[in-house]
Design a protein around this ligand. Structure first.
Ligand SMILES: Nc1nc2c(ncn2[C@@H]2O[C@H](COP(=O)(O)OP(=O)(O)OP(=O)(O)O)[C@@H](O)[C@H]2O)c(=O)[nH]1
Ligand SMILES: [Zn+2]
Length: 373
C-alpha cells in the first residue's frame, strides 16, 4: 500500500469513529462490525423507550445490556473474565432502570437489583468496542446492543441511515488520532506569568480532538526542556475549585517555566482523567456519597485513569522537543511519554500544599495510584 493510500485509509477510519461518536451522543444507534458478526448499538444513557423499540425492530433480535467489568462488579454481577458483561434485558427492566444500571449516581435511589441473567459465553468483540466508542464520546461506558449478521449490515445501514464503524477502526483510533495531529494555528499570547509566550494549536487531520501547546521563551532544542503535561480541568483551572490541585499546578507550572527562562506546557483535552466533564461531575457526586476518586471512576464503569499520553508525545516531537525535564508526580506520565519516544532526563516534583477539600484526593493519588506526593 502506498503512503498516500495508507493516509487515506487512516483518515477514513478516523472519520468513521468520529461519526459514530457524534451519533451515539445524539441518542442514535450505530452499527459496529467485527470479523464474524455485527451489532447495532445505542448508548445506554441515551436509551429511552422509542430508541429501544427501534433497536429491537431494526435488528430483529433481542437487545442486551452491556456494562464494563468494573460496573458489573459494583452491581454484584459475577465476573466472566471479559472486560464487558452482557445482561439479558428482562421483562421488568424498563428504560429508566437500564439507564440507572449504567449510571452509578442513582445506585442509592434504585435499590432493586436483579436477579440478573448474564450471558456467559461468546462475547462478540464488537461489544467492548462499542463501549470504547461511548467512552471516546465521553458518555457512560455502557451500551444496549443487538446482533445482526454481517450480510445485513449494508441494507440496514442504508435503510435507516446508520453510521457503520469497524472493530479495527475503533482499536486504531487513539493512535491514529495522535499520529494525525498537526499544528494548525499559532500566535503570541503574553501571559501574566510569562510575556514571551506562543500558543500552538494542534488538531488531527480529520478535525477531531484539539490540544494546545504553550511555549514560553525561545527554547534551545538541543537541551532537555522543562515541560508540563496538564490535563484540562474546567473546575480547577478556570473556576477555582478546591477539590483538586489543578489550578495551582497550572499556574505553578507556568511560573516555574518562566523562571527557568523557557519551556513548554501542553494543555491536553483530557478533562477528568479522560472521562469528560459530565462524567467527572458524576464522579464528584459519588465522592460526595463517600467514595474516593478511584472508586468513583470505577463505580461508573471507567478505569481509574482513561488517559493516553501519545498525543502529548507526538506534539512534543512536532515541536522539536525530544528530551524533556518533566514536572509531574505521576509515574504513568513518565512511562507514557517514554514509550512514545520522548526522553525524560529528569522528573521534577510538582507539589502544592493541600486544603481541607483536596486532602483526601491527594492522599488517594499517593496511596492508590503510586504518585510521588
Ligand atoms: N475522574 C476524575 N478526574 C479528576 C478528579 N479530580 C481531578 N481530575 C482530573 O484529573 C486531571 C488532572 O490531572 P493532572 O493534573 O495531569 O494530574 P496527575 O495525573 O495527578 O499528574 P501530575 O499532576 O502530573 O502529578 C484533570 O483532567 C482533572 O479534571 C476526580 O476526582 N475524578
Ligand atoms: Zn482539577
Amino acid at each position: 500500500m502506498s503512503n498516500n493510500d495508507k493516509n487515506e485509509l487512516e483518515l477514513r477510519r478516523l472519520r468513521a469513529v468520529d461519526r459514530a461518536i457524534a451519533d451515539l451522543r445524539r441518542g442514535l444507534s450505530v452499527i459496529v462490525t467485527g470479523e464474524k458478526e455485527a451489532s447495532i448499538v445505542l448508548a445506554t444513557e441515551m436509551a429511552f423507550d422509542p430508541e429501544l423499540k427501534t433497536l429491537a425492530e431494526r435488528s430483529g433480535a433481542e437487545p442486551v445490556l452491556a456494562l464494563t467489568a468494573h460496573r458489573a462488579n459494583v452491581l454484584h454481577i459475577q465476573p466472566t473474565g471479559d472486560d464487558a458483561i452482557r445482561l439479558v434485558i428482562e421483562e421488568w427492566m424498563d428504560a429508566p432502570l437500564m439507564r440507572a444500571l449504567a449510571d452509578a449516581t442513582h445506585d442509592l435511589d434504585q435499590p432493586f437489583r436483579g436477579p440478573f441473567t448474564r450471558i456467559k459465553e461468546g462475547l462478540p468483540p464488537t461489544i467492548p468496542a462499542a463501549i470504547k466508542i461511548a467512552k471516546l464520546g465521553r458518555l457512560l461506558p455502557s451500551v444496549v446492543a443487538a446482533s445482526i449478521e454481517l450480510d445485513q449490515v449494508e441494507a440496514i445501514s442504508r435503510k435507516h441511515d446508520l453510521s457503520v464503524v469497524s472493530l479495527e477502526d475503533i482499536l486504531a483510533y487513539e493512535d491514529s488520532a495522535a499520529l494525525q495531529l498537526r499544528a494548525v494555528a499559532s500566535a503570541k499570547v503574553p501571559l501574566q506569568a510569562a510575556e514571551n509566550t506562543t500558543f500552538h494549536a494542534f488538531r488531527p487531520k480529520d478535525g477531531g480532538i484539539e490540544h494546545m501547546a504553550i511555549v514560553v521563551g525561545d527554547p534551545n532544542r538541543r537541551e532537555p526542556l522543562l515541560a508540563r503535561l496538564h490535563s484540562e480541568c474546567f473546575t480547577g483551572d478556570l473556576i477555582g475549585s478546591l477539590k483538586c490541585d489543578c489550578g495551582e499546578q497550572l499556574r505553578g507550572a507556568l511560573k516555574a517555566i518562566s523562571e527557568e527562562g523557557g519551556g513548554v506546557l501542553l494543555y491536553l483535552a483530557q478533562e477528568g482523567r479522560g472521562i469528560g466533564l459530565i462524567n467527572k461531575l458524576r464522579a464528584y457526586n459519588l465522592q460526595q456519597q463517600g467514595f474516593d476518586t478511584i472508586d468513583a471512576n470505577e463505580r461508573l464503569g471507567f478505569d481509574a485513569d482513561e488517559r493516553v499520553f501519545r498525543p502529548a508525545a507526538e506534539m512534543l516531537k512536532l515541536l522539536g522537543f525530544q528530551k524533556i525535564r518533566l514536572m509531574t508526580n505521576n509515574p504513568e506520565k513518565v512511562e507514557g511519554l517514554e514509550r512514545h519516544g520522548i526522553a525524560i532526563t529528569e522528573r521534577v516534583s510538582h507539589k502544592f500544599p493541600s486544603n481541607t477539600h483536596n486532602e483526601l484526593y491527594l492522599a488517594t493519588k499517593k496511596k492508590r495510584s503510586g504518585h510521588y506526593l
